[in-house]
Design a protein around this ligand. Structure first.
Ligand code: HEC
Ligand code: HEC
Length: 353
């Protein structure tokens, strides 16, 4: 009930705000009359199960200068979903990193603010905190999560703002001042603080509530197909197992410089060698258009390519004997965490449903 009242109030404030700015009425010029939208605050400081906590201890890319706080991640959530962070007010981070699609895009390539297509497939943002070097993008060209965050905002196809414009926009939006005050103890808004808040929110997006996690905690057991799939993942082929590149338990590449290339004459990848990193394989069974160019329809298509009768060239190291495919699919499905797809703290704070 209280939630509904808050939402109704929020809705009225938004209408009032738009009405005032549209009519240019004197109302907005007085600061006191400017409505301040209050967003729900959530807890982002989860306690992870031991196997996830261990992985975090070994590979966390969170710098001591920007630890996750609830106020920081809460501000990051608002920024992440705010379309006003684009030149024409149509595009936010969430336009291409959609919660229901594991913070990726179901389309092979995404549309930017004027409808132009991105040159690569949108990466899932699940578990990016566990990529030890912190280097972001398929070709690792951003040095950290913080540095990455300002790039789509300035990218001409994606959101297309200069940092100066970004700062003046955010400063002029009334709900930000109190959110920055809470998060960073200052209302002196700049692009570094914007990047820090976005990074805090993104690093909090961690999956640890899948069947795989319950099995690792001894709360459930794998079916025989799932167990056989896990064995394949850990042992086949002997000289280059799936796990050697997609390290459990977060299944994020540990060594993208290992020799692996999806044949692609248009994209040179890391160090011009056609190498790419891969994000976490968690939730891979509910994602589509995989790999850096979105050219692989789904996991089944990946594992099948190269088998007689498919007519498709095999992707190096990414296909299996027909007899093994069902087991691998069963195992990969255990990595799906459905809670993350709808969890309110990762959802759109501007949505008024
Ligand atoms: C128009 C679509 C679009 C928008 C808007 C967008 N992204 Fe992305 N994002 C992508 C694409 C495409 C990639 C992969 C690009 C590449 O590797 O060259 C990507 C990659 C990333 C990565 C790298 C993940 C990894 O594991 O390396 C992060 C982090 C990210 N985006 C965060 C954001 C944030 C934060 C925003 C908003 C400030 C945002 N994105 C806005 C499409 C978009
Ligand atoms: C030599 C390292 C290596 C091995 C071995 C390997 N992978 Fe990969 N995998 C990668 C890299 C790198 C990418 C991203 C490449 C790209 O986009 O061009 C990738 C991409 C993927 C993707 C798509 C991820 C996405 O976000 O789109 C899946 C699924 C996958 N691998 C599963 C597997 C499975 C299952 C195996 C074992 C049968 C395996 N991989 C073996 C390195 C490897």
């Amino acid at each position: 009930m209280q939630k509904i009242t808050t939402l109704t109030a929020l809705f009225l404030l938004v209408i009032l705000f738009q009405f005032c700015s549209k009519t240019g009425s004197g109302l907005v010029s007085t600061k006191a009359a400017t409505p301040i939208i209050s967003f729900t605050t959530y807890n982002y400081l989860d306690t992870y199960p031991a196997h996830v906590q261990e992985a975090l201890a070994a590979s966390d890319n969170m710098p001591s200068s920007n630890p996750i706080t609830n106020a920081g991640a809460n501000l990051g959530r608002v920024l992440f979903y705010d379309k006003q962070l684009s030149r024409n007010g149509t595009t936010s981070c969430s336009s291409c990193h959609q919660q229901q699609n594991s913070f990726s895009d179901s389309a092979a390539l995404s549309s930017g603010l004027d409808g132009g297509a991105t040159s690569r497939h949108s990466m899932s943002l699940l578990n990016i905190r566990f990529y030890k070097t912190g280097k972001m993008f398929w070709d690792e060209r951003a040095a950290s999560v913080e540095k990455q965050a300002l790039q789509p905002i300035q990218n001409h196809v994606e959101m297309d703002l200069t940092l100066a414009l970004l700062e003046s926009k955010v400063k002029s939006i009334p709900y930000y001042s109190p959110l920055f005050q809470k998060a960073f103890g200052t209302t002196l808004i700049d692009s570094n603080l914007i990047a820090s808040a976005l990074a805090q929110f993104e690093r909090s997006i961690v999956t640890y509530q899948s069947k795989y996690d319950r099995v690792k905690q001894g709360l459930e057991t794998f079916t025989s197909a799932e167990a056989a799939g896990e064995q394949l993942f850990l042992t086949v082929p002997a000289n280059r197992t799936c796990a050697s590149c997609h390290t459990p338990p977060m299944f994020i590449t540990s060594s993208p410089s290992a020799r692996f290339g999806l044949a692609d004459t248009n994209d040179i990848g890391i160090n011009n060698r056609n190498n790419f990193k891969s994000g976490s394989l968690r939730n891979i069974s509910v994602r589509s258009n995989l790999f850096h160019n979105g050219s692989v329809a789904n996991v089944q298509a990946m594992l099948t390519a190269g088998n007689p009768g498919t007519g498709k060239q095999a992707i190096p190291l990414h296909f299996l004997r027909t007899a093994d495919i069902a087991n691998m699919m069963a195992f990969l499905s255990t990595l799906t965490d459905r809670t993350i797809l709808t969890e309110p703290k990762f959802s759109d704070p501007f949505a008024l449903q």
